[in-house]
Design a protein around this ligand. Structure first.
Ligand code: B12
Ligand code: SF4
Length: 479
């Protein structure tokens, strides 16, 4: 008998969706937008009982997550995961298989996009979805309800009847018009629980909701997984404002944060959105912990965003040298980036620079130049990351080809990524370690920067209590 045939079709199908994220020293968390988009898409099409949980917010061990899943008596279990948490997938899926032998288990999320079929092979799950999950998950649920086969679902990674992992031929087209996606099912989580947790931006206690207003990025940075492909697709300004209004009216949200890959790729959309938001709702406090490409900002877009409520943005420099920018294919225009930082500084927008040290072939002079560019800029704070290659990125392939021995130092098991001691650069391990520490000293130990930090930090009253955590985040490269 197939699994589909065993589903009790009398009642509603029960779907347990979890963000797998066991407790770790990285306590950061944001609402699980991927799961909320999938839940919203499915419930528009099927009559389902859906439960969405986030392991990190619950503070559950993996054993507890399994118990809660079992208690829900699901027909389908969906597990979303990032690579640092993926070590937990084999244990969780095996325990679920023993307790619920006939329940379909599907994996998804950035880890699957990075590791493809290998991610399924090491677990006891039945199928895995690479990239955008809504349509494939719809086809899986349809196959379950109608007793169809998953062998016909294009691009699905699945376990065959003999247990071997196969990838179905073909590919699912991406969703062209993002406005056809229903609003993420925020009602399935208690968003206020996220307000008390440390989030991506080092600004605590915000009554916020997160938005991912566009998918796909045309840039080709070699260290990136590009979960949503190279083609940029975006929600309209009207839809973004609708989502914000919904959050404010329904949950008492007072702030928004955008975590897109490249929010400002379409300049016209940025201007339209900023104007419409002000017309319909007024300015709403807004932060961009991951969404703005610095060299695409100009006076008009910065003014528009500030008018709409922007008070914090992260800006990714990554490298301060044109040669490394070319090598990593980010191709950031460094002078324009610095101009954007200055525009933000003049308008009191608090800026956080993301910087990466240790790219392949990077010399000590280049590392120093990057630290100099960041330190002499008008950024308020900066996070200096060690370059870590993830499988199936062009960076990983580059290292595999040019210096495979360096990959021996990378372990993705129980990975606290800032502790991985990989060194892809041309300098010794000791030199890279020294510069990673020195970068923080060089950047922060400047009277003007410290003065600006204290004066311009968005929640100065919280600094005394939050200061220690802030310092810990800086030390871990997580500010
Ligand atoms: C916000 C964010 C975070 C938040 C938490 C995210 C969360 N919601 O839990 C925080 C700050 C904690 C974080 C941390 C890290 N992050 Co982060 N983060 C993001 C960011 C910017 C947005 C995530 C998001 O909301 N996306 C929008 C939703 C709609 O997309 P989605 O979650 O991928 O979901 C879609 C599909 O993946 C799929 N899907 C997702 N889950 C499921 C489940 C099932 C069952 C199915 C079928 C499908 C499916 O369908 C969804 C809808 O189409 C992404 C960038 C990006 N492009 O997504 C990086 C990203 C996820 N992060 C990444 C990385 C590398 C990290 C860190 C390791 C370090 C770092 N340098 O940032 C740490 C991990 C720390 C740790 N130990 O856990 C990588 C992931 C790489 C990987 N292989 O896992 C990404 C993709 C960035 C990149 N381009 O490389 N991150
Ligand atoms: S700009 Fe961001 S999303 Fe785009 S390729 Fe580079 S790292 Fe990836």
């Amino acid at each position: 008998m197939t699994k589909a045939a065993q589903i009790n079709r009398q009642g509603k199908l029960r779907f347990f969706l979890a963000a797998v994220s066991p407790p770790s020293s990285c306590a950061l968390v944001t609402p699980p937008l991927g799961l909320l988009y999938i839940a919203a898409w499915l419930r528009e099409r099927f009559s389902l009982d859906i439960c969405v949980v986030n392991q990190r917010v619950e503070g559950w061990s993996s054993e507890r997550l399994v118990k809660e899943a079992i208690a829900f008596e699901p027909d389908i279990i969906g597990l979303g995961c990032m690579t640092p948490s993926s070590y937990a997938l084999p244990g969780i899926t095996e325990a679920l298989r023993v307790a619920l032998p006939n329940t379909l288990q599907v994996l998804g999320g950035p880890h699957i996009a990075a590791f493809g079929e290998d991610s399924l092979a090491v677990t006891a799950a039945d199928a895995a979805v690479v990239g955008e999950g809504e349509v494939l998950m719809e086809q899986i649920v349809r196959a379950v309800i109608e007793g169809g086969t998953m062998a016909d679902i294009p691009g699905l990674i699945r376990r065959d009847t003999d247990g071997t992992v196969v990838v179905n031929p073909g590919m699912q087209p991406l969703i062209e018009d993002l406005d056809t996606l229903p609003l993420p099912a925020y009602d399935l989580i208690d968003v206020s629980r996220y307000w008390r947790q440390p989030a991506m931006a080092p600004i605590p206690r915000r009554k916020y909701m997160a938005l991912f207003s566009s998918r796909g990025c045309p840039y080709g940075c070699i260290y990136c997984h590009n979960v949503f492909g190279r083609k940029f697709r975006a929600h309209s300004a009207a839809r973004m404002v609708e989502e914000i209004e919904y959050g404010m009216k329904t949950f008492g949200v007072e702030e928004v944060e955008f975590v897109d890959d490249c929010f400002n790729l379409d300049r016209k959309r940025v201007l339209e959105y900023s104007e419409l938001l002000q017309q319909k709702v007024g300015a709403v406090k807004t932060i961009f912990p991951n969404a703005i490409r610095g060299d695409l900002l100009d006076v008009e877009t910065v003014d528009a965003l500030v008018g709409a409520g922007m008070y914090y943005t992260a800006l990714a420099l990554e490298s301060g040298t044109p040669r490394i920018q070319e090598l990593i294919r980010k191709r950031l225009n460094i002078p324009k980036f610095l101009e954007a930082v200055a525009l933000c500084a003049e308008r009191k927008v608090f800026t956080n620079g993301y910087v990466m040290l240790g790219f392949p072939t990077e010399t000590e002079a280049e590392i120093k130049e990057t630290i100099r560019v960041a330190s002499e800029s008008r950024l308020n704070i900066a996070s200096f990351f060690r370059v870590t290659p993830f499988p199936n990125t062009p960076l990983y392939k580059y290292v595999e080809e040019h210096s495979p021995e360096k990959l021996a130092a990378v372990s993705y098991n129980e990975m606290e990524y800032w502790r991985v001691k990989v060194n892809l650069s041309a300098v010794s391990d000791k030199t890279l370690d020294w510069h990673l520490g020195n970068a923080n000293r060089n950047f922060y130990l400047r009277p003007k920067r410290l003065y600006r930090l204290l004066r311009e930090y968005p929640k100065p009253m919280l600094l005394p209590g939050y200061g220690w955590m802030f310092l810990k985040r800086i030390a871990a490269g997580l500010a």
